[in-house]
Design a protein around this ligand. Structure first.
Ligand SMILES: [Zn+2]
Length: 59
């Protein structure tokens, strides 16, 4: 499993369509709002999974 397909926070699959296929046009992350602090924690160019995005937003 390429690292790009894994969530840097929990190591589960992030299901990022862009990471899986650079030609993809849609990804679940487009409908999400990611706080800057969360992006900083994930690291540059890494996609987190929906579960971690929800957990972070919920505080
Ligand atoms: Zn995760």
């Amino acid at each position: 499993m390429p690292k790009a397909l894994l969530c840097p926070l929990c190591q589960a699959e992030n299901h990022c369509a862009y990471a899986a296929n650079p030609a993809a046009r849609h990804c679940w992350c487009q409908t999400q709002h990611f706080p800057k602090a969360l992006i900083a924690r994930a690291g540059r160019g890494r996609c987190i999974c929906a579960k971690c995005a929800r957990a972070f937003s919920a505080g």
